[in-house]
Write a protein that binds this ligand. Sequence first.
Ligand code: IMP
Length: 229
Amino acid sequence: MYVNSQFARCMADALAAQEVYIVRKIIFATGNMGKLREVKQIMEGLPYEIISMKDAGLETEVDETGTSFEENSLLKAKAIAEKAKETEEYKDALVLADDSGFEVDYLNGEPGIYSARYMGTDTPYSIKNKSIIDRMQGVPELKRSARFVAAIACVFPDGKCEVVRDTFEGRVAYEAKGIYGFGYDPIMYVPEKGCNSGELLPEEKNKISHRGKALMKIRELLINAGYTE
Ligand code: IMP
């Protein structure tokens, strides 16, 4: 009897210890390697393996037909989660998808949810950025407010969904600067840093960026839901 209960306790301890090392899978629904890199940096330290939908072989075309960042992120996450459910390897994976963009108040929120499609998907950002700077010609400092917005949707293995949102506030710069980041980073001036977002090192940007802060909310959410034990 004693031996049995001791054995049971040992097994329970071993299982509990083992659980700490279970690495769960997160599929991040993006084809953008810049974003994937950011997500990996921010989620570092959590027992998750982060896989792009491409690496998971779950690529699918999702029409971003939503009218908000939140709706679009949820459309993407749900579509990938449905695909993941059909596979043995990823049926228990958590799916994250983001939708983000650059909003310029003076341009009535443009390019907003159309940021990637602004002037055509294949148009280089040097041209898109120049167009925004040109449209802001003569606009005074106080009216140049702008921000990056990120919504991140999370679909849990049981089908439950959560969406979080955060912003990264700044102003449209007078000229493009910086070699870091991607997209509209070179043209957003970040007052608290005294430089453009494209001049911030990735670690610096992650701490204050829309996606960085939204991902921290996701991190909290996973911890609170017991998904990191
Ligand atoms: P999505 O892939 O549909 O979410 O489109 C996001 C688009 O918004 C990107 O292609 C960029 O144009 C822009 N964007 C979002 N986040 C950032 C950022 O951190 N820096 C620069 N541009 C961004």
